[in-house]
Design a protein around this ligand. Structure first.
Ligand SMILES: Nc1ncnc2c1ncn2[C@@H]1O[C@H](COP(=O)(O)OP(=O)(O)OP(=O)(O)O)[C@@H](O)[C@H]1O
Length: 422
């Protein structure tokens, strides 16, 4: 295998035997394989992928699409029905909560057992033990059986072992969702440090924000097969498109499908929606184009034209401002004032403005045409992903983060007043 490859799978498949009744299982035992009393179910089919050293790869897909099966096959806790897997280096995995632990053992004993499974000698675990307990931060519970741990404590200890053994490949299955916010933050920092040192990270998440923030690449599984793989932004949008499609078909009894649509920028991009309406045009008013740049404090103004079928009751436009990796910074849903109907369609033009109270950098604006006035209840008609782009140039104002919240010091309180409140 080429030296920069961490994991390679070829035509990897996993099938389960499904018995419709317990009696069928018994018949199967008695027939000694002469006849089949089961149905074959392919949880994973023909998955070929290559993960390079230091890559952070996200696996996304709806429930039951085969994500956990793939991770378990790669870390060797499940055997494949066909196909091959080659991995290079030490593989540490955080799969089902506490799955690597023997719950009659104490935390300390489990750390040693887990370390040994990962190929570390007793002396090597001794040398890392303080670092592990420090990271897990579960105090005296380290000497209690892990069956007395809360789910958060289990994940803390499992995570501490996995990251402190300096794995070459780290596999994480939604484990982070269990820990509290401060632990998640600590873990994310540690994961970032590990990948910078060359660890390959493979992780499953339903949180598209996390996937966009963390991954270099995303593999989207659907019904056990690789549906697509590519940039986190593209894969998250494709996943969303297909989820939306399913919801709309379901809500409309199959009448309204969501499909890819023409992107308004000729340079290419992602757009999808229904045939109930369109975003006809959009531009920054200062450049009359989809691109612009602003100095801190200037007003950013965009103009949007849209049209919807006259059956749409509550047409609205959602404007979302995103940073370079498309993480949302802010936005608003704005009702559209429609013109009179003409040939079954109604048109509207809206201008939207907000201050460039942003740190210097590149930003995108995603537009969504919707039916309904709130993000939760509205139905999507068209989404143009990151259609507009602008730069903000460095200003003189000094603040932290992306947005200037206008934080200022108030009048100083008398020390004695503070004392009285304690
Ligand atoms: N032991 C088993 N016997 C039969 N079917 C199984 C078994 N384990 C998993 N499956 C099936 O395989 C499919 C893939 O399961 P898997 O757990 O990999 O999905 P997933 O994408 O991780 O789902 P989720 O997002 O819900 O965790 C599912 O339809 C599941 O029901």
């Amino acid at each position: 295998m080429c030296s920069d490859i961490a994991v390679q799978t070829a035509h990897l498949s996993k099938s389960y035997h499904i018995y419709d009744t317990p009696r069928d299982r018994l018949w199967q035992l008695l027939s000694r394989g002469k006849k089949h009393f089961y149905r074959e179910f392919w949880a994973l089919q023909d998955v070929s992928l290559t993960l390079r050293k230091g890559e952070t790869v996200g696996i996304i897909g709806r429930n039951g699409s085969g994500k956990s099966t793939l991770l378990q096959l790669i870390c060797g806790t499940l055997s494949a029905t066909s196909g091959s897997i080659h991995s290079h280096g030490r593989v540490a995995a955080l799969l089902e909560l506490g799955s690597g632990f023997n719950h009659d053992f104490t935390g300390r004993e489990n750390v040693y057992m887990n370390g040994a499974v990962l190929g570390l000698s007793r002396a090597e675990i001794d040398a890392r033990f303080a670092q592990i307990t420090d990271f897990a931060n579960i105090g005296d519970f380290i000497d209690q059986p892990t069956k007395t741990y809360s789910s958060g404590m289990l994940v803390r200890l499992a995570f501490a072992v996995a990251v402190c053994v300096q794995p070459d490949i780290l596999i994480v299955d939604e484990a982070l969702a269990v820990g509290d916010a401060s632990f998640q933050f600590k873990c994310l920092n540690r994961l970032e440090a590990l990948t910078q040192q060359g660890t390959t990270l493979l992780f499953v998440s339903h949180d598209m924000g996390m996937v966009k923030r963390f991954c270099n690449r995303v593999i989207y599984l659907r019904e056990g097969r690789v549906r697509a793989s590519g940039s986190p932004e593209e894969m998250a949008e494709l996943y969303l498109l297909e989820m939306r499609d399913e919801q709309r078909r379901w809500a409309s009894g199959g009448a309204v499908p969501v499909a890819p649509k023409a992107f308004l920028d000729k340079q290419g991009g992602i757009a999808f929606g229904t045939d109930e309406g369109h975003i006809v045009a959009a531009c920054f008013t200062n450049t009359d184009s989809l691109y612009s740049s602003f100095v801190y404090g200037e007003t950013i103004q965009i103009c949007i034209q849209a049209q919807v079928r006259d059956t749409i009751e509550l047409p609205s436009i959602s404007v979302t401002i995103q940073e370079a990796r498309l993480l949302v910074i802010g936005g608003a849903n704005l009702p559209l004032q429609m013109e009179a109907a003409h040939d079954g369609w109604r048109k509207a033009t809206i201008t939207v403005h907000f201050p460039a109270a942003l740190s210097a950098g590149k930003y995108h604006i995603t537009l969504k045409l919707m039916n309904g006035h709130s993000e939760e209840t509205a139905q999507l008609i068209e989404k143009q992903v990151a259609l507009l782009a602008f730069d903000t140039l460095p200003g003189t104002k000094d603040f932290l983060g992306f947005v200037d919240l206008g934080i200022e010091a108030g009048h100083a309180l008398q020390t004695s007043t503070l004392g009285e409140r304690q």
